[in-house]
Design a protein around this ligand. Sequence first.
Ligand SMILES: Cc1ncc(COP(=O)(O)O)c(C=O)c1O
Length: 421
Amino acid sequence: MPRAVFNTAPIFVASGRGAELVDVDGNVFIDLAGGLGVLNIGRAHPRVLEAVHAQVDAFLHECFHVSMYEGYVALAEALNELVPAPGPNKTMLANSGAEAVENAVKISRYATGRDGVVALTHAFHGRTAMAMTLTAKHMPYRAGFGPYAPEVYRAPYAYCYRCPLGLRYPGCGVACAGAVADRIDSEIGAERIACLVVEPVAGEGGFIVPPPEYLPALRQICTERGILYVDDEVQAGMGRTGRILAIEHYGVVPDIVTTAKSLGAGLPISAVTGPADVMDSVHVGGLGGTYGGNPVACAAALAVIAELTEGDLLERARRQGERIRARLDPLVDEVPAIGEVRGLGPMVGIELVTDPVTKEPAKALADAVIRRCFEERVLVLKAGTFDNVIRLLAPLVIEDGELERGLDVLVDALRWAGTQV
Ligand SMILES: Cc1ncc(COP(=O)(O)O)c(C=O)c1O
């Protein structure tokens, strides 16, 4: 394997259930990483396993372009209902988050007849050519992989802890949204822009939660200029923040929504959902792929959606978020290395700094915290443009006792970090 295919925890997995995984040496880990945001519903969920087993027994693959099957249609219908829209939606299925984003851009260009795409600072949208170009971070995602896709422009995300305009919320009046409008109007030309691609919470960028006014302001900018608002819910969606889609917290109705990761509970599947007229603007044969909407993955995704809409996952997510914040928020005053604890529901990030005044990112310290957690059999991940944010993506089904044990370890590691600066 090339060294570029990295790993964070030096373990090999033997089995898993819920928020627990067992490695081949018999070590049991509490998982606060969720297989990179994929396991909101947890490992081996009975409803998912039952649906998957039934589909495996029936057939594994046909390719929807060759012979159709019910699962694809049922999942499209379910997502059409889940995604807020003024009129009827349509959904196409693909395999990964990056592929969903690529297709959202293709559809937006086709529907508007415009080429330009605006992405935001701190964005992550995947590793394929267009998705990588939309992604903001140079190392490791873009470095050496140019030339990048043309007609992609960047505008500021609302990262209040490190305000790009040097202002303070709320006195700033969310001037960063105004800066997005200025960039569009004075530098690019609104009539050239097909879509604005936005994460409702910047995930890889560092779990950056924009203030309440920012996303509605972007919505208005798009509406006034005929630009499609693409809401990338690949990481923040499917219950991660306590709502099915994170954008619901902001009361914004996007045009196109991309979902993936926890949609498939571990099987590779992604979706692009948008207004019927936009989705149907593309010519027959213009969208698709060999594996898009694989029947086994569709079965898993339908089980996930059934659990999200009928079960108590969203309630559990909210409770998990409250428990996490109750443990971590008090540390901000106690541990000088913690610059900020932020999040939406249980999608929580802890930004580490070497000095709370200069806010110098503490990358090595973040690595050390993750290593200490790992040594105590707790898995957490890093994120952030500056590689200094610990992020929590625990399965929503994690039991209270497991969560508290995981947080005990994390809190100890963070307190230790405070002694290192
Ligand atoms: C917001 C967002 N969009 C897109 C992607 C890309 O998804 P995938 O890795 O499935 O291609 C990710 C992955 O982390 C993501 O967080």
